[in-house]
Write a protein that binds this ligand. Structure first.
Ligand code: DHK
Length: 155
């Protein structure tokens, strides 16, 4: 069966397209999901794409990913800078994770420079707009392939 990547989006990302387009671009979240689905197909993986404005719901979805998803791509949005709960959930499930931000958080307000979530991430991509999601799919699928090859070499 094909690997599934869980792509999680945090608060206010449902407003993409109209929300501060000079910062976040003009693409909607549905546009980004469409691009992710298309690229994932090319890589032979499935994508489960979700958005929530609620921290607890994101935590629940991370827990549910155990045994279901081979990788997680997360744009925690504002929760990046506040959520120990999301960090702990990612540390608990031990699923390879890539953190994505549309904007370059290091060029913005100082409170956006630190992300709690990064401690649980294999890598972080920021500043490339929606391309970041595509790069994250590419990086995660390469990681999964390498891990499988290593396992096969061992057995
Ligand atoms: C999205 C948000 O909503 C902000 O709260 C973060 C992130 C940055 C992004 O660039 O995708 O600070």
């Amino acid at each position: 069966m094909a690997d599934t990547l869980l792509i999680l989006n945090g608060p206010n990302l449902n407003l993409l397209g109209t929300r501060q387009p000079e910062v976040y671009g003009r693409e909607t979240l549905a546009d980004i999901e469409g691009a992710c689905q298309q690229v994932a197909q090319g890589f032979g993986v499935q994508v489960d794409f979700r958005q929530s404005n609620h921290e607890g719901e994101l935590v629940d979805w991370i827990h549910e990913a155990r045994g279901r998803s081979s990788g997680i791509i997360i744009n925690p949005a504002a929760y990046s800078h506040t959520s120990v709960a999301i960090l702990d959930a990612l540390l608990a499930v031990e699923i390879p994770t890539v953190e994505v931000h549309l904007s370059n958080i290091h060029q913005r307000d100082e409170f956006r420079h630190h992300s709690y979530v990064s401690k649980a991430a294999k890598g972080v991509i920021c500043g490339f707009g929606s391309l970041g999601y595509i790069l994250a799919i590419q990086a995660l699928t390469a990681e999964l392939r390498a891990a499988k090859q290593q396992q096969m070499a061992k057995s």
